[in-house]
Write a protein that binds this ligand. Structure first.
Ligand SMILES: [Fe+2]
Length: 523
């Protein structure tokens, strides 16, 4: 079993990486490291993420053996070459270098590009010895003062591998998006049975236990990334990735495990999960865990059209004050000290929204902000892992949106394996109060599979919640967002089934938000 790497060790390695990045040819002292591997090294594909005006993060991991925690790679540093071009044929090269893949980070590679032009597409490829990776496509963000007429992006969440195939990603990759936002549950911590759940493919014994150790989390990422449709969506678009609970454990909160108190075992488990997340996601080095914190909340600006504040509603939250589950609200949740984001992130969010000059201010986050009264009379019943369990913390955000007159705030949300379109009310208990923001909760890529469980369960509650404009609990897919200066349009792109990888997709419903008028209208 391997332990999580600490920050000092990490800086030592990234320092070594920075020293080699400028070289196209291998330094002589690295040449000995070109160890042959047992097979094709790029089985987990390539990815890019966090577009900035001057670059993005490029990612891959050497792993000829996906069923081995170390990927079947010898325990030594290995040099990986990378190239960036203006064309998919990789002829007009604009950047190239070598970086080291180290065993302490499972031979993952993160290249932080700089010096590129804003607002255009690039292509990239890795090379190890004579083996070439697939070519990935990435984009840089338009500069902040650039007047951007339109933007198309997709968002998604919740991709439990053994609940079904990723036909949603196959269809997403056929569309034309600037980038993809992932809102969490990229991976689930549960053990996988010998039939691969509903995929009905053999899965070896090492996947049976729940993910607790670093080795086991690494295996789980490998299995997920072995899916060709997921890899394709990563090749086609840069992603902006957040997490929710299942990247560590269901319903965990801060350092408190599900239904328990903080303890050293869970602290170690969370550290292992955070490291494995870093290893498999195209994140900047600034995100790498420091004193057990992985700094995930961040902001991306898309010219003058849109700004994305990506939130982390797991790492800093107060343990669910009334416990996790569905029951009446308790006194403890009304304590102003209860937080979903932590004080520092909350202030960062407020300051960013206040300073934004973008037309659309997107808050990309995990759990639903719209209230859902379970309609069982008094006392009212709520689901306490979502913002409904943190009503005072929620009200602070809503009040800020209203008081600071944040321009066109739109929340995009994951978690529920269902679609909700919500008016975010100044006061949810008063249907006549102002709508201050719009929320689109996207369904899952695969979680819950083809089973109509949530529709029959939550469907009858919706009428008691007039601010919920639309609900569907039974379909899987992704959400397409098309923005221009006048209007935001959302299309629910639903696949017909997750029992096969090539299911067709269609638009199940569409909504628009007009500039200056919060709240969505179905069209
Ligand atoms: Fe989920």
């Amino acid at each position: 079993m391997t332990g999580a790497m600490d920050r000092r060790e990490f800086l030592k390695f990234t320092g070594a990486l920075a020293g080699t990045a400028a070289f196209c040819q291998l330094r002589p002292d690295l040449a000995h490291a070109t160890t042959p591997l047992s097979g094709y090294p790029f089985t987990l594909g390539v990815a890019s993420g966090d577009p900035a005006t001057n670059g993005a993060v490029l990612w891959t991991r050497l792993a000829p053996e996906i069923y081995e925690p170390d990927g079947g790679v010898p325990h030594r540093r290995l040099p990986v070459q990378w190239r960036v071009a203006k064309d998919p044929g990789m002829r007009r090269i604009v950047r190239k270098g070598v970086t080291l893949a180290v065993p302490q980070l499972a031979h993952s590679v993160h290249v932080e590009l700089g010096g590129l032009e804003p607002g255009r597409e690039y292509f990239f490829q890795f090379k190890y010895r004579d083996e070439l990776s697939p070519v990935g496509r990435t984009v840089t963000a338009p500069s902040r003062w650039h007047s951007v007429p339109s933007l198309a992006f997709a968002f998604a969440s919740c991709q439990k591998w053994d609940d079904g195939y990723y036909s949603a990603y196959r269809r997403m990759a056929e569309e034309d998006f600037a980038f993809v936002v992932h809102l969490g549950d990229y991976l689930y911590e549960y053990g996988i049975d010998e039939h691969g759940g509903f995929r009905n493919v053999p899965v070896p014994d090492q996947f049976r236990p729940e993910t607790v150790t670093l080795d086991r989390y690494r295996l789980q990422y490998s299995l997920y990334k072995s899916d060709p449709d997921l890899r394709r969506a990563h090749e086609r678009f840069p992603w902006l990735i957040a997490w929710d609970d299942h990247e560590v454990q269901n319903d965990y909160a801060g350092l408190a495990p599900e239904g328990g108190e903080p303890n050293p075992e869970f602290t170690a488990r969370r550290a292992a999960a955070y490291q494995a997340f870093y290893e498999h996601i195209p994140l900047r080095a600034t995100a790498f865990p420091r004193r057990d914190e992985l700094r995930l909340y961040r902001r991306m600006t898309w010219g003058d059209l849109a700004e994305f504040s990506v939130l982390d509603a797991r790492q800093y939250r107060t343990d669910q004050p009334c416990g996790d589950g569905e029951f009446p609200r308790c006194e403890e949740s009304l304590d102003p000290a209860v937080t979903m984001l932590g004080r520092k992130q909350e202030r960062w969010l407020e300051d960013g929204l206040e300073d934004s000059r973008a037309r659309w201010n997107v808050i990309a986050q995990q759990v639903m902000m719209g209230q859902l009264d379970h309609d069982r009379g008094d006392p009212r019943i709520y689901w306490h892992d979502a913002w409904d369990g943190y009503p005072v913390a929620r009200q602070r955000i809503i009040d800020h949106l209203a008081r600071a007159r944040v321009r066109n705030p739109v929340l995009i949300t994951g978690d529920w394996h269902s679609t909700f379109v919500n008016d975010i009310k100044r006061d949810f208990s008063n249907p006549g109060s102002a709508t201050v923001a719009t929320e689109f909760v996207g369904t899952s890529i695969s979680s819950n599979g083809d089973f109509p469980v949530y529709g029959p369960y939550y469907g009858p509650m919706i009428d008691a919640n007039p601010h919920i404009k639309f609900f569907d609990g039974d379909r899987r897919g992704y959400v397409r967002c098309l923005l221009d200066r006048r209007q935001w349009r959302t299309d629910l792109r639903m696949v017909s089934t997750v029992s096969q990888s090539d299911a067709p997709v269609s638009t199940f419903a569409s909504f628009v938000v007009e500039n200056g008028r919060p709240g969505a209208v179905q069209v």
